[in-house]
Design a protein around this ligand. Structure first.
Ligand code: TIU
Length: 241
């Protein structure tokens, strides 16, 4: 594949899609559905739904283009041996990491709530990074995986914008990766944090990276991939049925 220029803030980014990976951060039931970790923290989980269709459109296009796709999940071992006590000991006892909820134990690997939502379920060959922290590089083999594949640019999507997306982008930026954040494919429980979070990435000449949209990336990716997409009534690109 050759290079493509993607419209972005603060400036267009030239991307070699063969050296680019799509990373979808923590699109788990625990964050998007009632009864999980996001709800236990007191959040309105319905605010994250906005990211699902753009993530799905980008995922479909990345798969069609043969791009490396990586999924992440935040969560801990059932015995909590990888969960810092300072992270666990927050909030009421019945709403903490490891407590039982309607989707199983909150933020625990192997429980239904820890699963990625069905709309974005990983394919068998797509790496899933299980991470104990907010950032996808902390205590994982993500960096090794990306370097082994010669990846230089990350297309970043997922939730939440100012927490796990931001932490991962900051970690990636310090490790030398170019991050292009798909703003519409990210979401937050706090719309103002989403907006400011995206602005923080692109400010100061792109201090942490670049911010674009799913539509602009799909348009650049490939006319043939774009043909597979149909515009929804809301103007968002969605995979053709
Ligand atoms: N609470 C919140 O906004 N987010 C998290 O705890 N984790 C992620 O963002 N994945």
């Amino acid at each position: 594949m050759s290079r493509f220029e993607i419209p972005a803030k603060p400036s267009p980014l030239s991307v070699d899609f063969a050296r680019t990976a799509l990373i979808i951060i923590d699109m788990q039931r625990d964050f998007l559905e009632p009864g999980g970790f996001g709800a236990a923290l007191g959040n309105d989980v319905s605010r994250l739904v906005a990211a699902v269709a753009p993530c799905r459109a980008m995922l479909t296009a990345a798969r069609a283009a043969g791009m490396l796709v990586i999924h992440t999940r935040e969560g801990h071992r059932p015995d909590l041996s990888d969960a810092p006590p300072a992270k666990v000991a927050r909030g009421p006892l019945d709403k903490r990491i490891g407590a039982r909820g309607p989707m199983g134990r909150i933020l625990i690997r192997g429980e239904p709530g820890h699963d990625i939502i069905p709309e974005l379920a990983p394919l068998a060959h797509e790496p899933v990074i299980d991470k104990p922290g907010k950032g996808a590089f902390y205590q994982t083999d993500l960096d090794l995986m990306l370097r082994n594949r010669g990846i230089e640019t990350l297309l970043v999507a997922g939730v939440t914008t100012e927490v796990c997306v931001h932490t991962t982008v900051r970690e990636a930026n310090d490790r030398g990766y170019r991050c292009l954040v798909l703003g519409d494919a990210c979401a937050s429980y706090f719309p103002e944090f989403h907006d400011v979070g995206l602005r923080m990435i692109a400010a100061q000449g792109g201090i942490f990276g670049w911010v674009s949209t799913t539509e602009d990336v799909l348009a650049a990716l490939s006319p043939s991939v774009r043909e597979m997409m149909t515009a929804s009534p809301h103007g968002k690109l969605e995979p053709a049925a």
